[in-house]
Ligand binder design. Structure first.
Ligand code: URA
Length: 429
């Protein structure tokens, strides 16, 4: 086979055979196909799309290029969860212990943040001592012992995706639904859980900017998962505004702790309870929303979180006693008018948090664990002139808080009419 013929077939709109796709991915992972040919194929996919059979072949070919995690020695249906990326997205930090507190094992690998989106692993690292790197044996043993572990994605998982994603990033080929679906699902399949809940975010802070694209991505991933025997459900969720009331590593851990103690905003508690209900049912457990919420108010989910932190050498008591650390500077921004919040642009908020030190513009950037944004008013909330809208907390001396807060203020819309939004827009099975 020759790569040039495969590129030509794709360019001309043909459906590649399984043999062609497998050969291409296998040889790319071995370094035998150069980046420029792979980039030409990816760009051809942008224009010609892919048939479902090709997406499935691509996904499984990618899975085969790396190590696959064996969770079979852990009893029960292991349920994984993945978000396509958000701003202030601390769902895993609350959902994983909540689900585990009902006896459904959660063995989860998470990623780091880049650009306006944060990463669960960075957030966990803001907990003093918490280790995100574990051997596979230790990871599996911890889930057997306490029913939960959240670790960083191992380096040898889906080698082809690592190469291809880096290439897509610099060749304007990231935002292609079949490639996003196969990239995400190859990692989820290799990570070994029997069931998967996908949170497909839509809105300014998400990859998918409109509902139609989010639906297509969700359905493609659900079909991919189910086709290989992983029970998969997707929820399309609204990411036009940040999730919850904080953006930033330690700030989000502190907000998660509050929710795990039955506090935080009630819309966030309910959203997570709804996700937990789906995850639990994927794990074969049926619970009402009230039963699920009771594990937030009675300390059961918090206790699971504590067990996980301590099993991974984190200092839970320090977190409980000092949920956040004061920063050198802060700026509270007040509402210039009265009305109802109708937009609080998640992308702008994510960029602001990143610039304050909470995120990375490039992979090598160092994080300030304590920097970020506190949000006091969200879409649907009423405000009166002079009410605090948000607060930026930061340590960087070269951060222009005046300028950045004005940019954020310009991206908050206050109108006369109240609008309601629902976090879960649609469930796709
Ligand atoms: N996240 C991934 O893991 N892969 C993509 O292609 C896009 C988002």
């Amino acid at each position: 086979m020759r790569m040039v013929d495969i590129i030509q077939n794709k360019r001309d709109g043909k459906v590649l055979s399984k043999a062609e796709t497998t050969w291409m991915i296998d040889n790319y992972a071995k370094g035998e196909i150069p980046d420029y040919q792979m980039a030409a194929w990816a760009m051809a996919v942008y224009f010609q799309g892919m048939a479902m059979t090709e997406i499935a072949d691509l996904t499984m070919a990618m899975v085969e290029t790396g190590h696959q995690i064996d969770l079979s020695t852990i009893p029960g249906i292991k349920v994984d969860k993945h978000s396509t990326g958000g701003v202030g997205d601390k769902v895993t930090l609350i959902l994983a212990p909540l689900v585990a507190s009902f006896g459904v094992p959660v063995a989860k690998m998470s990623g780091r943040g880049l650009g306006h989106t944060g990463g669960t692993i960075d957030k966990l690292e803001s907990i003093h001592g918490y280790q995100v790197e574990r051997t596979q044996e230790a990871f599996v043993q911890q889930v057997k012992d306490i029913g939960i572990s959240v670790i960083g994605q191992s380096d040898d998982l889906v080698k082809a995706d690592k190469l291809l994603y880096a290439l897509r990033d610099v060749t304007a080929t990231v935002d292609i639904i079949p490639l996003i679906a196969s990239s995400i699902m190859s990692k989820k399949i290799a990570a070994g859980s029997g069931a998967i809940l996908l949170d497909v975010t839509v809105g300014s802070g998400a990859f998918m900017k409109n509902l139609d694209d989010a639906r297509i991505l969700a359905k493609t991933m659900v079909d991919l998962g189910n086709a290989v025997g992983r029970k998969t459900v997707a929820v399309v969720t609204d990411m036009r505004q940040p999730l919850g009331t904080t953006i930033g590593n330690r700030l989000e851990i502190a907000e998660s702790m509050a929710v795990l103690q039955g506090g935080g905003r009630s819309d966030l508690r309910h959203f997570i309870a709804e996700l937990a209900q789906i995850m639990l049912s994927l794990g074969g457990v049926t619970k009402s929303i009230d039963e699920i919420l009771s594990h937030l108010s009675n300390g059961a989910a918090l206790d699971k979180f504590k067990q996980m932190i301590e099993a991974q050498n984190g200092d839970f008591d320090d977190l409980l006693n000092t949920p956040t650390h004061e920063t050198a500077f802060s700026k509270v921004v007040l509402s210039p008018k009265s009305g109802y919040i109708t937009d609080f642009d998640a992308l702008v908020a994510g960029h602001l948090a990143m610039k304050s030190g909470a995120g990375r513009a490039v992979k090598s950037d160092q994080l300030d664990m304590d920097a970020g944004l506190r949000i006091f008013k969200k879409i649907g909330d009423q405000v009166v002139t002079g009410d605090p809208l948000f607060e930026i907390v930061y340590n960087k001396t070269d951060f222009d808080a005046e300028l950045e807060s004005q940019v954020m203020l310009d991206a908050i819309v206050i109108a006369d009419e109240k609008i309601e939004i629902k976090e879960i827009v649609e469930i796709i099975k």
